[in-house]
Write a protein of this length. Structure first.
Length: 379
């Protein structure tokens, strides 16, 4: 209630500035967009971009605030008049119908998901529930609310390159590469991609899908490689490298991914898929050595000190050897390309984590310690 009052007051203040009431203010908005998972890593960058770039869009950020969701990520924009946060779970079917009944959404950008491969190995059902059933709930709610009149509507499903499986030493993932998911996480994402396409085919729901490579940047939860290793280097803890460390990933700065999502949402063709990647492949061990080097420099340590923390441990079960995206289609058709080099992006990321110690302290207290113990002890 308090929140609602503050929210109303805030918006009314803005409305007064414009010289009319809050209801007129929202009516003048061009679009109402639902972004799911907006309190997470990528979602928070997408929400920020849309809220700031499109002041005439009303952005509704729906997130259930799992361990990975964090409203601190959006402190700088939370008072913007065109932003509303809704705490809800996409696995709650009725809540999704209610939400679509309340807001007349023009479009959905769906990012909410369980996203960490290691957790999917320990607890696959959470991934099936959120990623598969949650996506189905959103599709059903959209279809019902839009009453099969899809004029100017769009459902954008944000997915991953992991649905294509693992590459050998050569080749790239194309939009036409057959699906071959290998982990419970990627299988659940593949299932959700298939559902979205099936709703497009069966009910003519207008959709777009993008499949992106590994993201890095500010606000990433320290269970993923780069922030986890940053945190361990900072605290002089061992750096747990899975297997031989020669697994390869294609890395993209998260803000560049958010810009790609903007392009796909606004200019992508209905029914199409766009691969998004950084043209930036690294073997894990080479990336880790670069991170150690940069951290030595930034922390004023003796060169080589952080690399001394590298510790090879038991491999991740079913570990995909190599991912590499061919992002030619989005580049040629939508004019998108990454804007920062990996050197720049990694430096900015390290600087952000160094400056935001409090953010890291908050997310690494409590349950994180239990997760870390279970994942890395006896490996
Ligand atoms: P994340 O784990 O940081 O954030 C996920 C967000 O979804 C969190 O805020 C969480 O609270 C929310 N969420 C989870 N379950 C929910 C539920 N049942 N109901 C409502 N909200 C829920 O993930 P991320 O890395 O930001 O990834 C976002 C999306 O992008 C995911 O769909 C992921 O598959 C995809 N993706 C991620 C990467 C990457 O490198 N991180 C790359 C390609 C695609
Ligand atoms: O490719 C896109 C995907 O990238 C996204 O869909 C996922 O949501 C995202 O988590 C990411 O998946 P990865 O499994 O590639 O990311 P992760 O950061 O977990 O691992 C990157 C590589 O580093 C991988 O080869 C495993 C390795 N690794 C990871 C951790 C956490 C280690 O060697 N040690 C570790 O402790």
């Amino acid at each position: 209630m308090l929140f609602l009052a503050a929210f109303y007051r805030n918006n009314n203040c803005i409305a007064l500035l414009y010289g009319f009431d809050i209801f007129t203010y929202f009516r003048t908005m061009q679009k109402t967009l639902l972004i799911t998972g907006g309190a997470g890593f990528i979602g928070s960058h997408v929400v920020r971009l849309f809220v700031l770039q499109y002041p005439d869009y009303h952005i509704i950020n729906l997130d259930s605030l799992t361990y990975a969701g964090n409203l601190e990520n959006l402190k700088d924009i939370e008072d913007r008049p065109n932003y509303t946060f809704v705490k809800a779970d996409i696995t709650d079917e009725q809540a999704m119908y209610d939400l679509f009944g309340k807001y007349n959404f023009d479009g959905v950008i769906h990012l909410a998901a369980e996203s960490h491969v290691d957790r999917s190995i320990t607890d696959p059902n959470a991934f099936i529930e959120t990623n598969v059933m949650g996506t189905a709930n959103l599709l059903n709610a959209a279809r019902t609310a839009w009453k099969n009149d899809f004029t100017n509507k769009r459902f954008y499903h944000v997915s991953t390159d992991e649905v294509y499986g693992s590459l050998g030493a050569e080749g790239f993932f194309l939009e036409t590469t057959p699906y071959d998911p290998q982990s419970p996480y990627s299988a659940s994402k593949a299932a959700s991609d298939h559902l979205v396409r099936a709703y497009g085919n069966t009910y003519h729901l207008p959709f777009v899908i993008s499949n992106c490579s590994n993201n890095y940047g500010p606000n990433q939860f320290p269970e993923k490689l780069i922030p986890l290793f940053f945190n361990n280097i900072k605290n002089n803890k061992p750096l747990p490298v899975y297997g031989d460390g020669k697994y390869t990933r294609d890395w993209l700065y998260v803000v560049d991914h958010a810009h790609a999502i903007d392009k796909v949402y606004h200019n992508g063709k209905n029914g199409e898929t766009y691969n998004i990647g950084g043209f930036n492949e690294w073997q894990n061990i080479e990336l880790i050595k670069l991170l150690c080097e940069k951290m030595d420099h930034k922390l004023g340590r003796t060169p080589g000190a952080s690399a001394g923390l590298i510790s090879y441990i038991k491999d991740r079960p079913g570990h995909d050897r190599r991912y590499a995206i061919d992002a030619t289609k989005i580049n040629k058709e939508l004019g998108w390309a990454p804007s920062v080099t990996f050197e720049e992006g990694l430096s900015q990321t390290i600087d952000w984590y160094l400056k935001n110690e409090e953010w890291l302290d908050h997310v690494t207290s409590g349950n994180y310690q239990n997760y870390y113990q279970e994942q890395y002890t006896n490996n």
